[in-house]
Design a protein around this ligand. Structure first.
Ligand code: PHE
Length: 330
């Protein structure tokens, strides 16, 4: 008996303890066998024999239980120790993401214009002919539609080729004065080193009484914006054509520009085109039912701006999800 108690006390795992329990109290256990012997014991000894067995059983059960408690505590502590978390440890290998350079550039442009009190408007990517072309003074069969290689759907809806339809949607939904920008995704059938079929633009539109709108006002806003984005650049306005603005201009910045860590050269002519703008054509106001209004509008490709700021050579690389490129923007 003493031997069993000692064995129980020196058990080193719950499993070992359970094996002991089976050896003693199991079906073929030592104590179970003792109890079976009861029937062969002469009657006068039966009572004492049974009492003795019961005491042993209680002793063993108690020993098993208290040892089990101890072993359980030990195992729990081992488990807690193994799963311990050192909350003070600094994991400097943590790999966190970075804001994509296109999104980052978009955010910078948006906040610049928000500070000038421009509201941010949005429109659908799947557009109709009216908003994307017709209302922007691009009637059907107008040759200027060829300027924008369009993706058409089977139902003749289309993927918007520019953010200009948001001008139309905003003017139809609101009354002048209007002062808005529209950042967003646009689509054109184009693919080369400076074009991807999906890219991003920011549109701007200001509509007010005619004494409050002038080309020189537009010019000033564009110049200040470009200096904010690119540092000390020269800005050049070239006469151009857009169906929805008259007069229209394309704006170039001087190509060797310096900001922060050094100077960058961007083309052999010394200039690079950065945005289109102009005074809103009266036909656009007619299409949305505005009378006696003036306005100016501008639009630019965000990838182009991001490429210049970050010295990225191939626009397509912005959409290849290559971590070697994206990792540089942390
Ligand atoms: N929507 C024109 C484009 O995609 C840009 C533009 C917008 C030009 C507004 C003038 C005014 O090329």
């Amino acid at each position: 008996m003493k031997e069993w108690i000692e064995k129980i006390e020196s058990a080193d795992s719950i499993e070992a303890l359970e094996n002991l329990r089976i050896e003693i109290l199991g079906k073929k256990g030592f104590l179970t066998k003792e109890f079976a012997r009861l029937k062969d014991i002469p009657n006068e000894e039966k009572k004492a024999f049974a009492q003795d067995l019961n005491t042993k059983k209680i002793e063993i059960t108690n020993a098993l239980e208290s040892k089990k408690e101890i072993l359980e505590k030990i195992e729990l502590n081992k488990k807690l120790e193994a799963e311990r978390i050192d909350v003070s440890r600094f994991n400097n290998k943590l790999t966190c993401g970075a804001v994509h350079p296109v999104v980052d550039t978009m955010d910078k442009i948006i906040s610049y214009f928000q500070n000038l009190n421009f509201a941010v408007e949005e429109g659908p990517l799947v557009e109709d002919d009216f908003h994307n072309f017709e209302a922007l003074n691009l009637p059907k069969y107008h040759p200027a539609r060829d300027m924008q290689d369009t993706f058409y759907n089977k139902d003749y809806s289309l993927l918007r080729t520019h953010t200009s339809p948001v001008q139309i949607r905003t003017m139809l939904a609101q009354k002048p004065p209007i002062r808005m920008i529209a950042p967003g995704t646009v689509f054109r059938r184009d693919y080369d080193i400076t074009h991807t079929p999906m890219f991003h633009q920011i549109e701007g539109l200001v509509v007010d009484d005619s004494d409050k709108i002038s080309f020189s006002n537009l010019k000033h806003v564009m110049e200040e914006f470009l200096k904010h984005m690119f540092g000390n650049v020269e800005v050049r306005f070239r006469p151009s054509f857009f169906p929805f603005t008259e007069p229209s201009a394309e704006v170039d910045i001087s190509c060797v520009f310096c900001k922060g860590d050094g100077c960058r050269v961007c083309s052999h002519t010394g200039w690079i085109e950065i945005l289109g703008c102009g005074i809103v054509d009266q036909n656009v106001f007619k299409a949305v039912g505005y009378e006696d209004m003036s306005g100016y509008a501008f639009g630019m490709g965000i990838e182009r701006v991001a490429m210049l700021i970050h010295n990225i050579g191939d626009l397509r690389s912005l959409f290849e999800s290559d971590l070697r490129l994206l990792g540089q923007f942390k």
